[in-house]
Design a binder for this molecule. Structure first.
Ligand code: COA
Length: 466
């Protein structure tokens, strides 16, 4: 790994941060940045830099980077574009580890001259730059947070194993907010903007080796070096699953991408072919990306045989239709031994088949027994559990049953609950307990199909490397 990529550790988990352009004016970007570090309880040293102030939010403010005593590992810049090259020179003098440039107004508006100046300084001195024109880094475990959106407006997820890498700050921030809302944990968030120095391939390379990251999620519009991107994404996906969403697929989107970060979005067909060849999982939209992420957090299935458990006949049938539509999935055929165990608790009018319809008057105990049996049934690889929460015997104990089934990590599970506000409240609790929950049968089944495809690929890789 090149030194400049290794040095990304100084922006991912710095022990000391200087914020150039820190401001005392409430709601200015330079003010929110400082506030978020203070409110986020950043454990390292924090140095606001602005010659106008002696103090910002109770912290001593320094007139320039050179005035800071001791080492500064990471510098965050939020001053107008024309000032950035000279600040970058100060960073070189101060021997900082890495830089995050929030500022817009570089390649995306044709200021290639400014971009070139900072690139040369960074590359010559092995200083990784994230940005310009980005939100930068969020790392829940080191409390590194340069997302300049106030915490009361945009939630921050807790620590987890999913890294989210995004060319767009807006896509990044909304996904982050959703992750926080549903309790999905993140290892690292990287919004890299114009990719003037550090691009998506560099970040991918770093995260492939990052021990906290088990799943890499990527939103891209255009990449600078297609060949390298293909090789890097392929290598990363061999070690941990990479899920990708491509923006700028058509002509209008490509033109918008150009003025967004100054990168050429390129032919979508070429990207699509590369994703297929590298065996990465592609999502069609933001919602779907999030749906995929949830199931990839489950253990990899040993096979493709799906058992469906439901308390609603119709939703069970729709789920079955979904399984039959996906060519890489099979409906599990229950063995006689499994059927016999199920019959011990089923009402006489229940139907022992797959889907297993526990009927509407079955309660939490029936689910608990059914899941226990199917978790132990060798003919079942994956469990899809429809829980329609509106039925009279359903109560909050179902959360415990589903959470236990998920936490056991013996087979992947997906749950489906459809409904209004009451159901939504349950869905949120399930998600924050790490139980993937879907609001539609087809959404759940498509996500499972992607997980099975990846698990097959992973199995194949292991076999060929043995
Ligand atoms: N050293 C230290 N502080 C400096 C400085 C320097 N060399 N030059 C300027 N400053 C200070 C200013 O005094 C000001 O502080 P103040 O508000 O207390 O006066 C602060 O830095 C910001 O400078 P200002 O001229 O007021 O600029 P701004 O706040 O209007 O805009 C940016 C600065 C970075 C926010 C703006 O240029 C920008 O790029 N906005 C878009 C950001 C964005 O959307 N990024 C992409 C997200 S996906």
């Amino acid at each position: 790994m090149k030194k400049i990529i290794k040095n990304l550790k100084f922006v991912m988990e710095p022990a000391s941060i200087a914020i150039v352009g820190a401001s005392a004016t409430t709601n200015k970007i330079g003010n929110v940045l400082v506030r978020n570090f203070v409110d986020g309880k950043f454990k390292g040293k924090l140095y606001p830099i602005n010659p106008k102030y002696k103090e910002i939010l109770g912290l001593k403010c320094y007139p320039a980077l050179s005035a800071v005593p001791g080492k500064v590992e990471c510098v965050v810049i939020a001053t107008p574009a024309k000032t950035v090259p000279s600040i970058m020179k100060e960073c070189v003098k101060k021997k900082v580890g890495g830089v995050i440039i929030i500022t817009s107004g570089f390649e995306e508006i044709g200021r290639h001259d400014l971009a070139k100046e900072i690139r040369q300084l960074a590359e010559k001195n092995d200083i990784p730059i994230i940005g310009p024109n980005c939100l930068g880094i969020f790392n829940p475990s080191s409390k590194m947070d340069t997302i300049f959106l106030p915490m009361y407006k945009l939630g921050r997820p807790g620590a987890g194993n999913i890294a989210f890498v995004t060319q767009s700050g807006a896509v990044g921030s909304t996904v982050t907010d959703l992750a926080a809302h549903y309790g999905v944990g993140m290892s690292k968030f990287v919004s890299y903007g114009n990719a003037t120095v550090i691009d998506e391939s560099d970040v991918l390379e770093y995260l492939t080796e990052d021990e906290e990251t088990e799943i890499i999620v990527l939103y891209i519009e255009g990449v600078a070096d297609g060949r390298r991107f293909y090789e890097t994404i392929k290598k990363a996906n061999k070690k941990k699953p990479v899920l990708v969403l491509k923006g700028g697929k058509g002509k209008g989107g490509q033109a918008a991408a150009m003025s967004h970060t100054g990168n050429i979005a390129g032919s979508y067909l070429a990207y699509q072919a590369a994703f297929k060849q590298a065996k990465v999982t592609e999502a069609e939209g933001l919602h779907e990306l999030f749906e995929f992420v949830k199931i990839f957090n489950q253990p990899k299935p040993k096979g493709n045989r799906v058992a469906i458990v439901t308390n609603g006949g119709g939703v069970g049938i729709l789920t079955t239709d979904g399984v039959e539509k996906e060519t890489n999935l099979l409906l599990a055929e229950f063995s006689e031994a499994t059927k016999k165990k199920i019959s011990s608790f089923m009402p006489a009018y229940g139907n022992i088949g797959n889907p297993l319809d526990l009927v509407a008057d079955s309660g939490v105990d029936a689910y608990s027994k059914a899941l226990d049996i199917l978790m132990n049934a060798p003919e079942v690889d994956i469990l899809v559990i429809v829980t329609l929460l509106q039925t009279p015997p359903m109560d909050e104990r179902i959360i415990h049953v589903l959470t236990k089934a998920s936490a056991d990590r013996r087979k992947p599970i997906a749950t489906i609950s459809i409904g209004g506000a009451y159901t939504e409240a349950y869905r949120k609790i399930l998600e924050s307990n790490g139980v993937p929950n879907y609001g539609s049968p087809l959404g759940a089944i498509k996500a499972i199909s992607k997980l099975v495809t990846y698990a097959d690929y992973y199995k194949h890789l292991k076999k060929t490397s043995e």
